[in-house]
Design a protein. Structure first.
Lengths: 408, 408
């Protein structure tokens, strides 16, 4: 089996400007095709570092995929680094430059600059990998019985090239059977302890837990589907009281799938999460079948006007209260007529907290067939984005549990 | 100056289940405090790999920060790996276990399980780093004149511990003066070519470009603020026609800041982006001062009912059309009374495209003081999330340009 390392190149990955998106994507695609990544290394732009790291990695693995450093600017040095490592020069294959010219024309960007000309070069002896979404082609080259592939750093270009041209070189052809089961409402330590026997490392079956805010995704991989099925049954039985559902990696995917199969429509009204719940749901293909509309009612005025929350509720209890979310969800059902409705109102911080209602306090309500139910959570002062994501996740979990196949 | 490597530990980072969030955060914090990260390495859970990698990294750097592998489950091996590398045993400091017990009580989780007991252990001779957001403490230990720190993998816990306890050990005390200038509407290759003289690598000033969808963030770092100011002025002059503004790293931060200083309020109506624009804006602290309300009008019925889009517009032109976004923005201004309004309607895919209106076609409109303006973009079939993010970014740019300080 081919052993693989990923090498991510770019100063912007080492100084906090950019969080890498390619490593996890490539690794996930490889895993689904039965190939494990043994290491991901991130380094800066300098040429010498790229050359040395390719060498280090090829001591341990058979195939290095490099992402980044093939743009048109002076700080893009991957092409040169691979050529130097392989001991060859850079050549223009006579095709790529014409493609770049055509691509610029098609996009109405006029003629490419001389700066783009370096993008037409690849190491001598390398096979060119087309880039339908950008100007820089990738390439793959054999060096001493091992291989190095270069793809762009821009995620959309990198993914397309990786899927179309790199994955086919590496795939073993047989995907490892796997299922993800989602649980919520239990600490990772507790579920991990309960699943300890299942999680012992074995050749033929692997069980792993990943926490995404309040959702625990338990991934089961097994050598064959019978073993997968029996392991999943045991895992589900052990975590039965917290089990949400299976077949999706993310709670919003599971929710959309369940709503579609139930033929339920959903509407939302968000205050502190400000569109995050709607955005996570509409990020799932097919969401348009289940979500008709959603509201971001950030101000008190919007809560009154759009959801008919009574002024006295806001005056007496405030916007972050059980009374307010119950009024919001009633108003939302009235306006939207949706079979399932969810609302959230809280204090994400950093400002806006008080002794009575500290940062991190979030109230929620849902209504199924018009019957409302409210609850609240105190996340603590853990940072604005963290409060928003946790609150969004908890609402998504509760909405999923309100579908007919919850826990099945 | 201390040289630093980051080591991210976890099988879930190598198989696509989780995209790392800590590496970029730590690197960004360090950079702001004048410290450069030379390498980020991601490896799996096995003990031997962690031990060996710590050794490899400490050959090249003085300080390794390890994130992950200190949870309570059997696959958490960082504690043991560091102890083994340092040649010491693991000890219970007599304080941590009591804290874990108290934390469980406070969170209403009852008594911790025996599985949590390993979390009270740290390598002998290490200094414990408190974890106010979770059960596992971190630690830092000296080994042969160099140092190794261990922090959690869970991002909220990791960030708090890193900021409070690791950063103070590493900071040089003087932050490097830096400014970020945002540009839009120009390819990275073109701006990079124009800025080539500024981007030549020098000791005293560094200029780098990072693309986030259609926004190019040019970061200028200089040895002193006079040099920073003069460099920024040249960069702005060179890219004047595409310049959006300075002082924020992300376009949504710049938009919120400009709206606040203009005392303009904003409303949104989103179709294909489904709340993403609102979510990006409300992710910025202080957004509540400028955003009162937003609508996700995903269905035609919602566009008619919430924004009064005429049925004949939808029948004649369809939901993805200039006529529709103009009707949407008029309806939005009528309903919200906002000084600035933005709407978007498009086909994010993967389904829903036609020969006439292919996947990736997006129509936009904004209205400033009620005066509407519409435009469209064809992004191509580049993936649902990519179309959504690019469309959201383009709307954010156009809204920012509509503020009074655009280009200043």
């Amino acid at each position: 089996m081919t052993s693989i390392a990923l090498l991510l190149v770019g100063d912007e990955l080492l100084d906090g400007r950019t969080a890498d998106k390619n490593g996890a994507y490539f690794a996930g695609q490889l895993r689904e095709h039965g190939v494990a990544v043994s290491r991901i290394t991130t380094i800066g732009d300098p040429l010498a570092g790229i050359v040395a790291t390719i060498g280090d990695l090829l001591q341990a693995v058979d195939f290095v995929v490099i992402s980044g450093g093939i743009g048109p600017t002076a700080d893009d040095r991957t092409r040169e680094a691979v050529a130097r490592f392989a001991g060859v020069d850079l050549v223009d294959d006579g095709v790529t430059w014409d493609e770049i010219v055509q691509r610029f024309e098609k996009l109405g960007r006029g003629a490419p600059s001389e700066a783009n000309r370096v993008q037409a070069l690849i190491p001598r002896g390398a096979t060119r990998l087309p880039n339908p979404l950008g100007t820089a082609p990738g390439f793959v080259i054999k060096v001493g019985g091992k291989r190095v592939a270069s793809v762009p750093g821009v995620p959309s270009e990198a993914r397309r090239m990786f899927d179309d041209h790199v994955l086919p070189l590496l795939s073993t052809g047989s995907a490892i059977p796997q299922t993800t089961l989602l649980f919520a409402g239990v600490p990772e330590s507790k579920l991990g302890h309960l699943l300890a026997d299942e999680m012992v490392e074995r050749e033929e079956v692997r069980v792993g837990i990943t926490a995404s805010w309040s959702v625990l995704a338990v991934t089961v991989r097994a050598a064959d589907s019978a073993l997968l099925e029996s392991t999943c049954q045991r895992v589900r039985a052990i975590g039965a009281q917290w089990y949400v559902g299976a077949g999706a990696r993310r709670i919003e995917q599971l929710l959309v799938e369940r709503l579609r199969s139930d033929r339920l429509d959903l509407s939302l009204a968000e205050s502190c999460t400000g569109g995050l719940v709607a955005s996570r749901i509409t990020g799932v293909p097919g969401a348009s079948e289940v979500l008709q509309e959603a509201y971001v009612t950030y101000s008190n005025a919007a809560k009154q006007r759009l959801l008919a929350v009574p002024a006295e509720v806001l005056e007496t209890h405030g916007a972050v209260s059980e009374a307010c979310v119950l009024a919001m969800v009633r108003g939302l059902v009235d306006r939207s007529g949706a079979a399932l409705a969810g609302v959230v109102s809280g204090i994400a911080g950093p400002g806006g907290g008080s002794a009575d209602k500290p940062v991190g306090l979030v109230h929620f309500a849902i209504a199924r067939s018009g019957v409302p139910e409210a609850w609240s959570r105190q996340y603590g002062d853990i940072g604005r984005e963290e409060v928003r994501q946790r609150a969004a996740t908890d609402l998504l979990v509760r909405l999923t549990r309100a579908t007919s196949q919850a826990g099945r």
